[in-house]
Ligand binder design. Structure first.
Ligand SMILES: Cc1cc2nc3c(=O)[nH]c(=O)nc-3n(C[C@H](O)[C@H](O)[C@H](O)COP(=O)(O)OP(=O)(O)OC[C@H]3O[C@@H](n4cnc5c(N)ncnc54)[C@H](O)[C@@H]3O)c2cc1C
Length: 636
């Protein structure tokens, strides 16, 4: 395993599973040796439908639908008065609390409210106990990694939290899977390709570039294409795109080529410009899913070039950004990569340790990985409190205008608290419903920040012998329910050790990004969100079972025996929406950005969250928190 980035998800890096899904936690009793002492008070150990779990969104949806206030009644005044109330306990909200507490002094009183039963927002931890050991996975944010370098602000926060971003090479067990003869594959499914087939994939198919085969070895691309259930013409065209792409836009200079490519989808480029057989489209359709939540019908050819998809080598494009390129696709230096077993939930836990030290035992970024957070202490009286299961329904200035009152629903009760300032670190799309004072223009700008739906499924496997037998550590599955499946990255940190032998338990991570090819991007996201809110856990379970059995059955995989637990992290409101040259004209033409108009502070209320930057990365969440806290401090 070489250096890995979140972009490598594009290349099929995830984890694979299979199994008899247990889920609602009671059903798991048999399979988990000792899940947790008291799972109801330890959310990372809960299985079944997680992410935006039942109970976290109903109040907000009633607010959206206009039915909330008709039955809400009057709020109960908690009598509490804070210096700052933060809405949203994601990394942005927690960072905002930390910046404020540093600036205002350790006695500043801060309340952080979140609608979920866990903190961290998308940075979610999934934790399992099996055979006397703790196995940790991520339910959302995968890694410290960004298409651009972290800002000085975001880098300084990581340093302050004790995170050394240069240590990745010392944490990862490089070569573990390759040493066992395992590598990346493509799983072709019969519904899309006419046959279920797992085919070892060469770098030329799943990664950028066209590595030459070692002397004397069969050309891996030729082997792949021979096994792939594609038509002869589709095979021929894949080979041509990878090995001998022509200059498909002759007579244009670099800028003109990029301007053309920015205005057509990659699917159109392949068929209409490169003259490929449309039978190859299903092979590439899901390649941008993990970054864009969209397929190649809705991602520009220019972005496809930036992401390293095949077909552009003959055009000799300069490695500089073109007009309206997606932030993920731009060439240039990027941040260092670092993945903790629970992804960036480690950052959230380290922030909570700073804010409420007694709730998170330990001292270092290493020991926090196995530290058990005491959720019962998060909302104890003290300078900083984190109140979970609390959906904010209104934030507005009182008649004094030096004070903000914040109403929220907790356990079915409408409560009110007051603060000198408020940072809304929740999703931009929610804010118009919370803040009646906002101008119409700002509400519209906020509403533009539609979210990208995404599912990160975590399955605990009893062992990974079937992966080993088939020589696969991860698979890109372009037509399947989950489009990526992969064994957990083998990282060791502190006392945490990865699974090293195929006979040991392991986590398999799977990703699904529901979308509707053919529709405009934002409509695809909307349709995917509806799917996620209506699909039951049983349906997820059946699909996981089915997909893994078909992929791995030949290696001895037995779902009933091998899967010990399943957690479906459902994020109908997932990635921040990033602008796209095919769908956002202002992005292509350099017009004003909705996120800039959306994040304007008003009175003593400021707006944070990654949405405020239209950039779905942790550094954006931190940078926006820093800006928002600066704004409330200057107005306090
Ligand atoms: C599956 C997935 C994988 C990702 N992987 C990566 C990655 O590898 N690297 C990376 O840098 N970024 C990744 N991201 C992007 C991630 O969103 C950001 O990194 C960052 O964590 C966003 O933090 P945030 O605090 O801005 O937003 P969020 O994490 O969304 O936190 C906002 C919180 O506000 C809460 N909230 C909303 N409305 C209300 C309300 N009315 N009342 C109370 N609370 C409310 C939300 O429920 C949420 O808990 C990923 C995102 C997803 C969904």
């Amino acid at each position: 395993m070489g250096s890995l980035t979140r972009r490598d998800f594009l290349n099929g890096v995830a984890l694979g599973v299979g199994g008899a899904l247990l889920s609602p936690r009671d059903a798991l009793g048999l399979s988990l040796d000792a899940a947790t002492d008291d799972p109801s008070s330890y959310p990372p150990a809960l299985t079944g439908m997680r992410g935006s779990h039942d109970g976290s969104f109903e109040v907000a949806h009633a607010l959206r639908d206009g039915s909330f206030w008709t039955t809400a009644g009057l709020p109960t005044d908690t009598g509490e008065r804070y210096d700052l109330v933060v809405v949203g306990a994601g990394i942005s909200g927690l960072a905002a609390a930390w910046y404020f507490s540093k600036a205002a002094g350790s006695s500043a009183r801060i309340l952080v409210l979140d609608n979920h039963d866990d903190f961290g927002g998308h940075a979610r931890r999934n934790e399992f106990q099996v055979g006397g050991r703790t196995v940790i996975g991520y339910g959302g944010t995968f890694a410290i990694d960004s298409p651009a370098p972290y800002s000085a602000t975001a880098s300084a926060l990581l340093t302050e939290l004790g995170i050394d971003v240069t240590r990745w090479g010392r944490m990862v067990e490089r070569g573990l899977y390759a040493g066992l003869g395992m590598s990346a594959s493509v799983f072709f499914d019969r519904e899309t390709f006419g046959a279920d087939r797992l085919v070892r994939a060469p770098a030329a198919i799943l990664e950028q570039g066209t590595p030459a085969p070692a002397t004397g070895q069969a050309d891996p691309l030729a082997v792949f294409l021979a096994d792939a259930p594609l038509s002869d013409s589709a095979r021929r065209d894949v080979g041509r795109l990878v090995k001998a792409p022509a200059d498909y836009l002759p007579g244009l200079d670099d800028a003109q080529r990029k301007a053309r490519l920015a205005r057509m989808s990659y699917a159109d480029f392949l068929v209409k410009i490169a003259g490929c057989d449309s039978g190859l489209l299903p092979l590439f359709q899901a390649r941008p899913h993990s970054l864009y939540g969209l397929g190649i019908d809705a991602v520009s050819a220019l972005d496809a070039w930036g992401l390293g998809l095949p077909g552009f080598a003959g055009m000799q494009l300069e490695p500089t950004a073109g007009p309206g390129m997606g932030l993920d696709a731009r060439p240039g230096p990027r941040s260092p990569f670092l993945h903790f077993p629970d992804g960036n939930a480690t950052i959230a836990r380290l922030l909570v340790r700073r804010l409420i030290p007694h709730a998170v035992p330990g001292r270092t970024a290493d020991d926090v990985v196995l530290s058990r957070v005491d959720y019962g202490r998060l909302d104890e009286p003290g300078p900083v409190r984190v109140r979970l299961n609390s959906t904010v329904v209104r934030a507005r200035h009182t008649s004094k205008s030096t004070e903000v009152e914040v109403d929220y629903v907790r356990a079915g009760r409408l409560e009110r608290t007051r603060a000198g300032s408020c940072v809304l670190a929740c999703w931009s799309g929610v804010i118009p419903y919370l803040c009646p004072e906002l101008s119409r223009a700002q509400r519209e700008a906020l509403a533009y920040a539609t979210k990208v739906p995404i599912v990160q499924t975590t399955a605990l496997l009893r062992r990974w012998t079937s992966f080993h037998a088939l020589g696969v550590s991860q698979a890109h599955c372009p037509g399947s329910f989950h489009t990526s499946v992969g064994l957990d990255l083998p990282v060791r940190v502190g006392r945490y050790q990865p699974s090293r032998r195929p006979e040991e338990p392991i986590i398999v991570q799977m990703m699904r990004t529901p979308c509707r090819p053919g529709l405009p991007a934002r409509e695809q996201h909307r349709a995917g969100r509806v799917e996620l809110l209506t699909m039951t856990f049983d349906t997820f379970e059946q699909n996981v079972r089915d997909q893994l059995t078909r992929m791995l059955g030949a290696g001895g995989f037995d779902a009933a025996r091998d899967v010990r637990a399943l957690t479906v992290n459902r994020w109908p409101h997932g990635y921040a929406y990033q602008y796209n040259s095919l769908w956002d004209p202002f992005w292509l033409n350099g017009g004003p950005l909705p996120c800039v108009a959306a994040r304007r502070p008003f009175g003593r209320i400021a707006i944070a969250n990654a949405d405020a930057a239209a950039y779905a990365y942790t550094d954006a969440a931190i940078d926006q928190a820093y800006r928002a806290v600066g704004e409330v401090l200057t107005r306090a």
